[in-house]
Design a protein around this ligand. Structure first.
Ligand SMILES: [Zn+2]
Length: 194
């Protein structure tokens, strides 16, 4: 990782992009824009300052013998593609088959959010979420499906609106056992052509 630039350097870079777009960064309406954009980057890319593995450290063992899959579906997220720095808007569905330990359900959403708040490639993000859960919780299996629209595709280039990309990563039981995988896909509503 290279050294983090100063706020002033970041704001200068945004002025350059404004000029590149054909604007005058000294125009009144744009005077505060570099500062606002730099601040927005702090939100959009806060994931670099967090370690998603930490969210999964606290687990619960008293689950009364619960050994079926746990699924959190429709976790909405906003990310940015690393190729165009354009938004990726979508949702993730995460499931795992506990191996005696479960995690607070909101923590799964935080894992998704942390990876989303970085520059991403959807395939990579899908793998990272699954890998993180597998690594920390060591469950019998992990399933992650991500559906998202890429604004680099919907607002420029071939301008295809309403197109979403679907990626999935299946580990352990979800990979090896078609019935388990099918059960997960049914829970998240992704079977029978839906
Ligand atoms: Zn892109």
């Amino acid at each position: 990782m290279t050294e983090k630039p100063s706020q002033a350097e970041a704001e200068d870079a945004i002025r350059v992009l404004l000029r590149w777009a054909g604007e005058d960064p000294a125009r009144e309406g744009l005077l505060d824009t570099p500062r606002r954009v730099a601040k927005a980057y702090g939100d959009w890319f806060s994931g670099y300052g967090e370690d998603p593995r930490e969210f999964l450290q606290r687990t619960f063992k008293e689950v009364a013998g619960y050994d079926e899959m746990v699924i959190l579906r429709d976790i909405s997220f906003e990310s940015h593609c690393e190729h165009h720095m354009a938004p990726i808007i979508g949702k993730a569905h995460v499931g795992y088959l506990p191996n005696g330990r479960v995690v607070g359900i909101s923590k799964l959403a935080r894992v998704v959010e942390t990876y989303a708040r970085r520059f991403q490639v959807q395939e990579k993000m899908t793998s990272q979420i699954a890998g993180c859960i597998e690594h920390v919780l060591q469950p019998l299996g992990v399933a992650v499906v991500v559906e998202a629209a890429h604004e680099c595709m919907t607002t420029r280039g071939i301008h295809k609106r309403g197109v979403s990309m679907v990626t999935s990563k299946m580990l352990g039981t979800f990979r090896d056992d078609a019935r388990t995988r099918m059960e997960f896909m049914q829970f998240i509503g992704m079977t029978n052509g839906k």
